[in-house]
Design a protein around this ligand. Structure first.
Ligand SMILES: [Zn+2]
Length: 582
């Protein structure tokens, strides 16, 4: 109301103002009312007592009140106080009128919220300027208040800036912390900045883009791509540079998710067998090994994968039998049952865990085939042992994820056999994608990549993008990885059996180390067994962190985390009992 008015319009506004005059003396009231009318004010109400005035003000809408200071019963000061308590009169101007020029009363009125003060007898020019004076004062006050608000804002921005600076300086010390990788410290600090401070949407957006870039596996490639875009490089040169310098081994692979494969459903078949296979509590030890190949058919058919990708069923069976034959059956742990178990576990996370809702059919196809093949040909010895003994595979793969490279290459060797090629009807782009995803998944099962993968997923969880192919692969890697270390997240009898199998395979390596005169690796010394220590350590450093993250992203996997924590307690009890015996 005030702001919309220009001072030159004030004259014309006078007629529309509602004024109330409060004075116990009839003559004083009459003089004021007449004077106001002469000046152009039209809507004037006059009352003889504060109580009556208050009643009218409570129920009406007055712009100005002229109040006598000295009145019987309730005086002008009390009336002023009551008016200022009313919520709808904040814009109402109250002018105190008094016969005395006593400065202490003037001061008291103004400090109690009066807008102005007039001394009787009041003259016409005073009344004429009444409204413009009020208006000017209000405007002054509004400007002052605005300035004050700006100052407060500036002050708080300064404090905020100081906070940000101190948080940023903490970053340096955080980087030095041994438990974190530098990138984790940086992403965590940026995360703190995002949530802690009262930032503008633009800054928040910028920070989340920084986080996404940091979580990317190709930290330098996007920038490289942009540089090429900005240069006047011809198409052939650009493609050549991207392939050679950009490390893009598969130039045909799209960087966004192909949505051509339709929404994934997994409830087409709901027979008892499939429902059992989807369960987090599946007991693989209650099954006959020969039936596992049939169950793998059920799993692939539950997503309709064999029909969708035109997989010859005979070839699919041959492929499974070929892979199974290459798993070394006499390994206590790394045999075909483990390959099946990882596939079934990943299948459970996709279905009962609802992970499939984040992926497309081609990705699920690649993930499940990866699970089946992920340890094929494993001969029960660790990467560290193969490197230490200069095994031919360590030499071939330059000590880089030796076994995982071997498993993946073995899988693709089998797939190259026309009798086992379940990918024969994929088009070129599909095959390139599946190959890239399978390599990504199988190499992700290298435990020495655990922290890197864990940190990347942690940094991506909040900003997971449905159309980002890197994010899809990261989720697939976490799923195969979770499945690969899922034994402790099974019902205890199942978990216990797996624990015994791992322990036995470790002992066999320990025996080899002893006979070769090497130092025996941790938990591998048959003469110094500590199965509970192995299980609690494995749970604490690998399985619990991963399943905690998994549960955060896929809340339906909570039962796995619960079984895991229960089993952890059971192993702790076993450990304590063993220590008591010693
Ligand atoms: Zn494995």
């Amino acid at each position: 109301f005030l702001r919309s008015m220009d001072i030159t319009d004030l004259e014309s506004q006078l007629g529309s103002l509602n004024i109330i005059v409060v004075d116990d003396e009839p003559i004083a009231r009459m003089v004021l009312t007449k004077g106001l009318k002469k000046c152009g004010y039209k809507n004037i109400t006059s009352v003889e007592s504060s109580r009556k005035a208050l009643e009218l003000i409570e129920n009406g809408s007055f712009n100005v009140a002229l109040c006598d200071v000295l009145m019987p019963d309730m005086d002008g000061m009390q009336l002023l106080t009551e008016i200022r308590k009313l919520p709808h009169t904040t814009d109402m101007s109250v002018i105190m009128v008094s016969a005395t020029e006593d400065l202490s009363i003037v001061y008291k009125c103004l400090s109690q919220g009066a807008d102005d003060y007039m001394v009787k007898p009041i003259r016409i020019p005073q009344l004429k300027n009444l409204w413009s004076n009020i208006w000017k004062k209000k405007k002054e006050r509004a400007i002052l208040q605005q300035l004050q608000e700006e100052k407060t804002k500036t002050d708080s921005l300064g404090i905020e800036l100081q906070n940000l600076q101190s948080q940023l300086s903490d970053l340096t010390s955080k980087i030095d912390q041994a438990v974190d990788t530098p990138i984790t410290a940086i992403t965590r600090t940026i995360g703190d900045l995002q949530s802690g401070a009262n930032l503008t949407p633009e800054v928040k957006n910028a920070l989340s883009q920084v986080l996404q870039s940091l979580a990317s596996s190709n930290l330098y490639k996007p920038a490289f791509n942009k540089i090429l875009d900005n240069q006047t490089v011809d198409g052939t040169t650009k493609k050549w540079l991207m392939t050679e310098l950009g490390g893009m081994t598969n130039p045909g692979v799209p960087t966004t998710v192909d949505t051509d494969y339709g929404k994934v459903h997994w409830s087409s078949s709901n027979e008892e067998q499939v429902r059992e296979l989807r369960s987090f509590e599946y007991d693989v030890w209650s099954k006959k090994e020969d039936d596992l190949v049939v169950y793998l058919h059920n799993i692939f058919d539950d997503f309709g994968l064999l029909d969708m990708f035109k997989v010859d069923r005979v070839k699919f069976k041959r492929f499974l039998l070929n892979i199974r034959s290459r798993y070394i059956a006499k390994n206590p742990y790394h045999n075909f049952i483990h390959g099946f178990d990882v596939t079934q576990s990943a299948y459970a996370y996709l279905t009962d865990g609802e992970g499939a809702s984040y992926l497309n059919h081609l990705e699920i196809f690649a993930l499940l085939v990866s699970c089946i093949c992920h340890d094929v040909g494993h001969f029960g010895l660790s990467n560290v042992f193969l490197m230490a003994t200069r095994h031919e595979l360590a030499i071939r793969y330059n000590d880089q994820s030796v076994l995982e490279n071997f498993h993946c290459a073995t899988a693709f060797t089998v797939l190259e056999d026309p009798d086992c090629n379940i990918f024969e009807n994929l088009d070129k782009a599909q095959y390139t994608t599946v190959r890239k995803l399978m390599i990504g998944c199988i190499l992700a099962t290298d435990l020495s990549k655990h922290m890197e993968l864990f940190n990347k997923f942690q940094a991506t969880i909040e900003s997971f993008q449905a159309d980002n192919a890197d994010h899809h692969l990261l989720l697939m890697q976490i799923l195969i990885k979770s499945a690969d270390i899922s034994n402790p997240a099974k019902p205890f009898p199942v978990a216990r059996y797996w624990a015994d199998m791992v322990q036995e395979e470790f002992f066999i390596q320990g025996d080899k180390e002893r006979s070769e005169g090497m130092e025996i690796s941790g938990f591998m010394d048959r003469d110094n067994p500590n199965i509970a220590g192995l299980q609690t350590g494995f749970a604490d450093y690998f399985v619990i962190p991963v399943f905690t993250l998994l549960e955060k992203f896929l809340p339906k996997t909570k039962p796995c985390l619960e079984m895991l924590l229960t089993n952890r307690k059971t192993w702790e009890n076993i450990k304590q009992q063993a220590e008591l015996k010693d």
